[in-house]
Ligand binder design. Structure first.
Ligand code: NDP
Length: 480
């Protein structure tokens, strides 16, 4: 038993994670893959790495020092269940099984409960950053029992991405499914961020007639300010790319149908169950779905839009408006995402430090950005902040940006340019800050057709109007 950590599953993610582990001082990495070829390939390609190959689960367990610690990186779903089952048969109480795949957090809760019965610790860890992150340093979001963190913490800290202030991008998020929950919301926020950037590009292009290469310069410029982020940076790269075959901007020859692997949908489904309005993430997810129905788009293409062509009078002023609208909408998207984490923590009994979450997203993952420091500051100042966007820094940005935001949404609407993420974020902003909402009328309607009752602003109690009788009001049982 010479290895201090093991990896099961040596496809692209697992082999890169194993190489990352092996490259750190003091690690010897046991490796196992169901089919032998991947193990032999990894050994042949990287003779320099401290690997201990195993060709059976028994051999794998025997090569690990106790408490045995293994990270599973296999196909999410049935593959993960099969490997967990096999490992629980060869591991002992006190050992640690980590699932680093993209599991749904409710699966992780189920697995943690089952594995715990055997005395083995099970940790669901969200790992973000794709294959490059796995190799050079991902952002890692581990859940699972506190005691496993003693062994696992130092190992994960050694391979995680490092934030600009030197802090590794990993923290024990909470028990059982907390890590995978937070990773799921991370991906949802990523969807919203990407959609907002795409809407900004579309508005600038159609409003000013600038070319993708010119818009790349605008994004590069934005990347030096408060919008600075990996996604803004890569957007400039994509827009600058010229297609070798046609000589056209690559963005103009890519089919405009966006794919998805499901984590955005999970984020939205979970938010619906928790009753948290993540409208920016939802619209971003729906925008991808809308784009991917060519038959419907073709059928609807004959429907009319506005008569006049869209061209803004002052291009520079419009671009600055779009920049401010983008920042304001981004604040809303992150505020909504953190609201979902807050609500999830309350529902599932996790003690999640929201500021620590924003810090471990500062490097390694797709939504990495300076902006996340502001979120950490906000929670450091007020840990129980009810709505993130009301923190002073964000409130100021919204105050100075809201007029531009409204102009952009008006312009987009009049021009017939879809901007679902911009406009739904603005609607959320106006809804959450409103003195009175027409929810009062909805309660009246519910009471009318379903006797669902309502509360009054001027006295306690629950009331019902006898709509089909003499329309007097009676005190009622609270039935919602
Ligand atoms: P895949 O998702 O393509 O899975 C392939 C691996 O799973 C192979 O090693 C395969 O073994 C193994 N496997 C499948 N079924 C079983 C089984 N029943 N028993 C044992 N092993 C099995 O690999 P990736 O490297 O792309 O991804 C690994 C995990 O990481 C996934 O959960 C994925 O969702 C996640 N991921 C995360 C990303 C991120 O950015 N965080 C990016 C990409 C993936 P064999 O060689 O024998 O077929």
């Amino acid at each position: 038993a010479v290895a201090n950590i093991g990896v099961v599953g040596l496809a692209v993610m697992g082999s890169n994670l194993a190489r990352n582990l092996a490259s750190r001082e003091g690690n010897t990495v046991a490796i196992y893959n169901r089919s032998r070829e991947k193990t032999d390939q990894l050994l042949a390609d990287h003779p320099e790495a401290q690997f201990v190959p195993a060709y059976s689960y028994e051999e794998f367990a025997a090569s690990l020092a106790k408490p045995r610690t293994a990270i599973i990186m296999v196909k999410a779903g049935a593959g993960t269940d099969a490997v967990i089952q096999a490992l629980t048969e060869v591991f002992e109480p006190g050992d640690i099984i980590v699932d680093g795949g993209n599991a749904l957090f409710t699966d992780t809760i189920r697995r943690e409960k089952a594995v715990r019965e055997t005395g083995i610790n099970f940790v669901g860890a969200g790992i973000s950053g794709g294959e490059e992150g796995a190799l050079t340093g991902p952002s890692i979001m581990p859940g699972g029992p506190e005691e496993s963190w003693v062994t696992l913490g130092p190992i994960l800290r050694s391979i995680a991405a490092v934030a600009p202030d030197g802090e590794p991008c990993v923290t024990h998020v909470g028990t059982d499914g907390a890590g995978h929950f937070v990773k799921m919301v991370h991906n949802g926020i990523e969807y919203a961020d990407m959609q907002l950037i795409a809407e900004a590009y579309d508005l600038i292009r159609r409003g000013t007639g600038k070319t993708p290469a010119e818009i790349a310069d605008i994004f590069a410029e934005w990347n030096t300010g408060e919008l600075e982020s990996y996604l803004i940076e890569i957007t400039a790269e994509v827009l600058r790319q010229v297609d070798a075959a046609t000589g056209r901007p690559l963005v103009d020859v890519i089919l405009d149908q966006a794919g998805a692997k499901g984590t955005g949908a999970w984020t939205v489904q979970t938010a619906l169950s928790l009753g948290v309005p993540v409208s920016g993430i939802a619209e971003a997810t729906f925008a991808r779905s809308l784009s991917s129905h060519p038959e419907q788009r073709e059928a609807a293409a004959s429907l009319p839009g506005p008569d006049e062509d869209f061209r803004v009078a002052d291009a520079d002023a419009f671009i600055e408006d779009v920049r401010q609208a983008l920042f304001a909408s981004k604040i809303v998207a992150y505020s909504q995402g953190f609201d979902e984490i807050r609500a999830g923590a309350a529902e599932y009994g996790w003690n999640i430090d929201l500021g620590a979450i924003s810090k471990i997203w500062r490097a390694g993952c797709i939504i990495r950005a300076q902006f996340l420091n502001r979120i950490a500051d906000a929670y450091a100042e007020t840990p129980d902040l009810p709505v993130l966007m009301t923190a002073p820094y964000f409130a100021e940005a919204l105050t100075s940006g809201q007029a531009a935001w409204r102009r952009v949404v008006v312009a987009a609407t009049q021009a017939g340019i879809p901007s679902p993420a911009f406009s739904s974020s603005l609607a959320y902003y106006d809804g959450i800050r409103a003195d009175r909402l027409p929810a009062a009328l909805v309660q009246g309607q519910r009471d009318f057709f379903g006797a669902h009752t309502y509360k009054r602003i001027d006295k306690p109690g629950t009331f019902h109007t006898l709509w089909s009788g003499d329309r007097t009001e009676i005190e009622a049982e609270d039935t919602h």
